[in-house]
Design a protein around this ligand. Structure first.
Ligand SMILES: Nc1ncnc2c1ncn2[C@@H]1O[C@H](COP(=O)(O)OP(=O)(O)O)[C@@H](O)[C@H]1O
Ligand SMILES: [Mg+2]
Length: 344
């Protein structure tokens, strides 16, 4: 496969002369041509109120006026950045265990679009650890060593800019579908009529029927329907970052493919960056713009693979020879890695 690239060493690194804070760069006047990006900066800069040491990327923005002018560098915070991140659990006890080691990557803030990042690797390689570090959830957060940044700020805990969907069904048993989906809006103080209206829209967006399903309780739903509720409950809040931990892992194969299509449809209408954990190679190849391939524990990213998303739906795309070739390439990589590590 020719579109595979050796990992993150090739990706441009953060400039060392980043501004002292992201607000400063957001406040700097920008030329008219860069207006959409300046909105993105503004959103990013207001997403965090705590933390220090912003990181940034530099893009060239055209200057208004004189055509002879040099391109002007505009500082943009990165969506997420890991710098030499390791996590050791139970430090100083006999159960001390290093789950991830020296994880380095960054996701640039692209104008008007989010990226879909698939985290792929065998069970126990630290995928959930990485995801929960981005979410700011204990005990994965904080990292043992290294830095985890979101829009240029150190992550200090969960935040409204990051939404999570888990594999386990996490709906409230005593709330209807409608009130489960509206839960986050309720927490934000949105009035009942307004939040129910929006929740009904989301019931339809995720392929359920408001007239049939709105007043059902989670135990009355199939696994696929529950995950539709979980997705609606997260996306209704429009997070800039969506964190998904094997959300389709417990579903039957056909439902899983349908859910993959649904997710792509919903995501394409947003600007969110998605981190999607899976141990299914097919799922990673179909969904991911980029795949971060993890080594067995202690997990580290051994390769970053660019995988342009097929136009076709999941069933058709995954039957294509080119798709099979991509899957085979990764399977062989994993087999070689496991053989080297002595995994049976
Ligand atoms: N809270 C914890 N305490 C101790 N060990 C943990 C904890 N969470 C995860 N681990 C261990 O870290 C390793 C990586 O876990 P995890 O990130 O869940 O991997 P994955 O999601 O790739 O299956 C596993 O061996 C797991 O047992
Ligand atoms: Mg996991």
């Amino acid at each position: 496969m020719t579109d595979a690239t050796q990992a993150l060493d090739n990706v441009p690194q953060a400039p060392t002369d980043a501004p002292p804070n992201a607000e400063a760069s957001a406040a700097a006047p920008l030329p008219a041509a860069a207006t959409p990006k300046s909105d993105a900066i503004q959103t990013a800069a207001t997403a965090f109120t705590t933390g220090a040491t912003p990181s940034a990327q530099v893009i060239d923005a055209p200057l208004s006026g004189e055509s002879s002018a040099e391109p002007q560098a505009v500082e943009l915070p990165r969506v997420v950045e890991f710098r030499n991140v390791s996590k050791t659990y139970a430090v100083g006890t006999p159960r001390e265990y290093t789950a991830i080691r020296d994880i380095n990557f960054h996701i640039d803030d692209l104008p008007g679009v989010g990226e879909f990042i698939a985290l792929l690797g065998p069970s126990g390689c630290g995928k959930s650890t990485v995801l929960r570090l981005i979410a700011g959830l204990e005990p994965q957060h904080p990292a043992t060593t290294g830095e985890v940044l979101c829009f240029g700020r150190h992550i200090t805990g969960p935040g409204a800019d990051r939404g999570m969907v888990f594999q386990e069904y996490t709906a409230f048993d005593n709330r209807t579908v409608l009130d489960n989906i509206a839960f986050g809006l309720e927490c934000r103080g949105i009035k009942k009529k307004e939040r129910h209206e929006l929740a009904r829209e989301w019931i339809a967006k995720v392929g359920l029927r408001a007239d049939r399903d709105a007043l059902k309780y989670p135990h009355q739903l199939s696994g696929g329907m529950r995950q539709r509720v979980a997705i609606a409950r997260t996306l209704i809040l429009s997070p800039r970052i969506v964190l998904m931990d094997e959300p389709f892992g417990a579903l039957d194969p056909m439902t899983r493919l349908r859910m993959q299509d649904l997710l792509i449809d919903l995501w394409q209408g947003s600007e969110a960056t998605v981190f999607f954990v899976t141990h299914s190679i097919e799922e990673a190849v179909f969904l991911g713009d980029r795949i971060f391939l993890f080594s067995p524990a202690p997990g580290t990213i051994i390769e970053e693979i660019h995988a342009p998303r097929p136009e076709a739906c999941a069933v058709e795309a995954q039957a294509e020879p080119e798709f099979a070739e991509r899957v085979r390439y990764i399977r062989e990589k994993i087999a070689a890695m496991e053989e080297a590590a002595g995994v049976l």
